[in-house]
Design a protein around this ligand. Structure first.
Ligand code: AKG
Length: 262
């Protein structure tokens, strides 16, 4: 585990529950990441490999999210399962980390935002995770960057409602900090920090990669996570409930989901 962070940054992480590291990736690396995200977004849907989710936008149906792409993309796999991303996450966890899940949220113009939530209720099997967000495009308040309830990660589950989100009446009393990011910036956050994001009201995509890790000492749950997610969504579809119109086990996505294909 090499040292990326000075004591002040470690302190900021502890105090705020999130940490932005500007310019973590070089321009060359950003070019590669942008190319890889475009490649993955063009993959045809399959029933048993990667998962694509779509939403309705003013420009027609657009991808809202892709998941489970790491086993099928060599460049992405090398970048997210080793090297400096794994190192910085392991440094924050004070122990070696392993990838738990990965996703790209595209948020094309008109794409939906996310209600205030903590990630922990959706991330089963292990009780604590750290996510590394990689900004592929500029994320601004207009294009739908993340907002955090700074310092509220130390309170366990907060006002968990029936959707798995922070109850709106509690969320509205929280102090929210916008954290815009540029391509190549990373933003690290733990699974208990409340966060949310608005819809994309700009005319540019706001693509972000989210890499979620857990402590390796707690096991490698990645396969199990995706098996369980597929199974849960096929059950939601059979039930005839609206839950299959979610993109996660929690109902935090505010866009209009169309054409589920897994
Ligand atoms: O991409 C976003 O705007 C927020 C995503 C998020 O919080 C999530 O997917 O849980």
């Amino acid at each position: 585990m090499s040292n990326h962070l000075n004591p002040q940054l470690h302190q900021d992480w502890k105090t705020n529950g999130y940490l932005k590291v500007p310019g973590f990736f070089s321009q060359e690396e950003v070019d590669a990441l942008q190319k890889w995200v475009s490649e993955i977004s063009c993959w045809k849907s399959t029933p048993d490999k990667w998962m694509h989710h779509y939403e309705s936008t003013p420009d027609g149906p657009r991808l809202s999210r892709s998941e489970n792409f790491v086993p099928y993309h060599t460049g992405m796999k090398a970048t997210v399962t080793g090297g400096k991303v794994l190192n910085i996450v392991s440094e924050l966890m004070n122990q070696p980390a392993v990838l738990y899940k990965e996703k790209i949220n595209y948020k094309y113009p008109g794409g939906g935002g996310y209600a205030a939530h903590q990630d922990a209720p959706a991330y089963e099997f292990v009780d604590y995770h750290v996510t590394c967000l990689i900004s592929v495009d500029p994320a601004t308040p207009e294009s739908g960057c993340l907002y955090f309830a700074s310092g509220r990660h130390q309170e366990g589950f907060i006002a968990l409602d029936e959707k798995g989100c922070v109850a709106p009446e509690t969320a509205s009393t929280m102090e929210w900090v916008a954290v815009p990011t540029d391509p190549g910036d990373i933003l690290l956050f733990g699974s208990y920090i409340p966060h949310k994001s608005p819809a994309n009201t700009s005319n540019q995509p706001r693509r972000i990669i989210y890499l979620t890790y857990n402590a390796r000492s707690q096991g490698d749950w990645r396969e199990q996570y995706y098996t369980d997610k597929r199974q849960a969504f096929s059950e939601y579809a059979k039930e005839g409930s609206n839950r299959d119109k979610q993109i996660s086990k929690i109902a935090h996505f505010r866009g209009k989901v169309v054409n589920h294909d897994f």
